[in-house]
Ligand binder design. Structure first.
Ligand code: ZN
Length: 297
């Protein structure tokens, strides 16, 4: 949850920026339509060009980077609170046991074996982009993957390096570019420019490798089926809502799988040739999953 000073600052930023020019943070188009609103002054628009759903007004980049160096947690239960992890570790608990549910690497394994056509994921070069303190990274390492993590928050990265002996870098220039798999879990909804992040992720993934992207589902089917939950998902912490429409418009001609249930993603992956675009029939789940072909030739 945001602290009271963070809430007050957010509200004053919303008021101050209410009448500022509305343009898509990803493609710059000024053609957009209102799709949701809350707190009187917070509005969610959909870009008419690239279909990104974005909060207006936006945060300045300097505000964003300061925000992510501080500790924060979210009511969705997906963001990991570092102090809990630290306490568990100090109490001698197995951190692997904490990686259940949405944070677990285990749920991704059937998809990874299906898309890579392997029996097991051992020896894959795997990057977790936005790895927090490394909870998924250490699960993948235990399964035999060759892992590296990238994390913008210095305290989280330091925790993973010092307590779990993981290779977690905070400097983008130190991120390796020859990965078989790049996992990016619940990052894209936070960043200033989602299209730029997609390009970065593909550039870090070998052309015969895959990006596995996860984020809140910003698709209109989700909004139609669970409007109050949808409204809670965007705001200060999530300025972007990523939809299948945005991925399809932003990644034309890129082989892609899109689903909102992990079992649907696995179903698509099982018979995928790695060259086509497939989307699940049901797009109303609360989490969006995409498998995107790598772009590092
Ligand atoms: Zn746009």
């Amino acid at each position: 949850m945001l602290t009271l000073p963070q809430r007050l600052l957010y509200f004053s930023d919303l008021v101050a920026g209410y009448f500022s020019k509305i343009s898509c943070p990803s493609c710059g188009s000024e053609d957009s339509g209102l799709v949701d609103r809350k707190k009187l002054v917070a509005r969610l628009f959909e870009c008419g060009h690239c279909k990104l759903r974005f909060r207006h007004p936006r945060d300045e980049e300097s505000t964003l980077s300061r925000f992510y160096q501080e500790q924060y947690s979210e009511p969705d239960g997906i963001t990991t609170r570092l102090p809990d992890a630290a306490k568990n570790l100090a109490a001698g608990n197995d951190l692997l046991q904490l990686g259940e549910g949405a944070r677990s690497a285990k749920r991704l394994i059937p998809c990874l074996t299906a898309i890579t056509k392997r029996q097991e994921i051992k020896s894959l070069r795997l990057l977790d982009y936005g790895c927090s303190w490394g909870y998924m990274l250490q699960e993948f390492r235990a399964l035999g993957c060759n892992v590296q993590g990238f994390e913008i928050s210095q305290p989280r990265a330091a925790f993973g390096r010092e307590q779990l002996c993981l290779e977690i870098v905070t400097d983008p220039s130190e991120v390796r570019k020859d990965n078989d798999i790049v996992v990016c879990s619940h990052v894209i909804e936070h960043v200033p420019d989602p299209r730029q992040l997609l390009n970065t992720l593909r550039a870090l993934t070998l052309a015969d490798g895959y990006v596995l992207l996860m984020c809140p589902n910003g698709s209109r089917e989700m909004q139609a089926s669970l409007p109050s939950i949808y409204r809670k998902m965007w705001g200060k912490v999530h300025p972007n809502m990523i939809s299948s429409e945005f991925l399809l418009a932003t990644l034309p001609d890129v082989p892609l799988l899109i689903a909102t249930e992990i079992t649907d993603l696995f179903g698509l992956a099982e018979n995928w040739n790695g060259r086509s675009v497939l989307q699940a029939d049901n797009m109303s789940g609360i989490e969006l999953f995409a498998v995107i072909r790598g772009g590092n030739e």
